[in-house]
Design a binder for this molecule. Structure first.
Ligand code: UDP
Ligand code: MG
Length: 315
């Protein structure tokens, strides 16, 4: 089998501090891979500028002039990490044999790519990059991130533990993946749904080379919630079960109240009444909120809006 054509897909949002450093690392790695005959010389590094407000797109354009292994597409506005990765993957699927998606901040170990390609050559169509340890993350980041994976799995959204969006996908898988038309994206939960033979490659996660994370706690929570509601309807059945339980308890309460009334033991229970009313009100609002989230998603899905719009490209 001849060496596959590889496209390295890299989403970038306001990364002017990082790109000049990491672009060299990516290029070095690609040169090494080409040199070792692991990938074809027509392989490329595809930057996806996700509507950056800084100089990122200019840097990408400059890079593509310096070396023709660099290329870039520019989204018409900021669409978020998941949409940016999707744009890059779908745009490259017909130009290459394999894609590897990776963040541009140098946190994911670039040298794991070779291992991923070896796994592909031995018959795996999807290769997940998994963090072997998170020593460089703060305790808080590690704790929240690991809880995130546990919560997702408990809620029925199957994800590979400690796998973010560093993964190899073959063009065959991408062609099937392209048929998943949803606009609420949670790639790491969707890829396992496509199936095909897959493998895992472990790597150590480093610190960000420069700049700051775009995933503060609020965004992580939003992503977790998005992941759950995009991939699973378990919260709805939990709510139903919980509602059933509360109804049973209420029924017992009602009987108790009637019996107390009949035997003339009815006290002026203002406090207990208030507590019950407040509690039930709270539970109902939470449940309505969760159901509302699903309806909101359906609303976004039925519009069938494009998931990204490419406004410029370097090729
Ligand atoms: N990113 C993006 N669009 C966004 C936010 C982030 O394309 O709206 C990119 C960002 O440039 C980086 C990757 O997504 O390459 C991951 O972001 P970040 O490093 O901030 O997240 P963390 O690694 O801290 O979870
Ligand atoms: Mg990062």
């Amino acid at each position: 089998m001849s060496a596959p054509v590889l496209y390295i897909v890299i989403p970038c949002y306001n990364e002017e501090k990082v790109l000049p450093i990491t672009s060299k690392l990516f290029l070095d790695e690609l040169h090494t891979l080409i040199h070792k005959d692991k990938v074809d010389d027509s392989s490329k590094i595809l930057f996806v500028n996700d509507g950056s407000k800084d100089n990122t797109w200019n840097i990408i354009k400059e890079l593509s002039k310096i070396d023709n292994h660099f290329s870039g597409i520019c989204l018409s506005r900021n669409r978020g990490h998941q949409n940016a990765v999707l744009a890059g993957l779908l745009d490259s699927k017909d130009r290459c044999d394999i894609t590897i998606s990776i963040d541009c901040d140098g946190q994911d170990d670039i040298s794991a790519m070779e291992n991923m390609i070896d796994q592909y050559m031995s018959g795996n169509e999807v290769v997940y990059g998994v963090r072997s340890k998170r020593d460089t993350d703060t305790f808080f980041k590690r704790f929240t991130a690991e809880s995130f994976y546990k919560l997702l799995n408990a809620m029925g959204a199957e994800v590979v533990y400690n796998h973010a969006d560093y993964r190899l996908m073959s063009s065959r898988v991408l062609n099937e993946f392209a048929k998943f038309g949803e606009v609420n994206l949670f790639l790491r939960g969707m890829v396992p749904l496509v199936g095909f033979k897959s493998a895992t490659v472990y790597y150590e996660r480093h610190e960000r080379i420069a700049g700051e994370s775009h995933y503060p706690l609020s965004k992580m929570l939003a992503l977790a919630f998005d992941g759950i509601t995009s991939l699973s309807v378990k919260p709805l059945s939990l709510i139903t079960g919980f509602g059933f339980l509360v109804s049973c308890l209420s029924f017992i309460g009602v009987i108790y109240a009637i019996v107390s009334y009949i035997i003339g033991d009815a006290v002026s229970g203002w406090a207990s009444m208030t507590c019950i009313v407040c509690m039930l009100g709270g539970i109902q609002l939470v449940c309505l909120g969760v159901i509302g989230q699903y309806i909101g998603k359906i609303y976004m899905e039925v519009k069938r809006r494009p998931r990204y719009i490419i406004s410029e490209r370097t090729f």
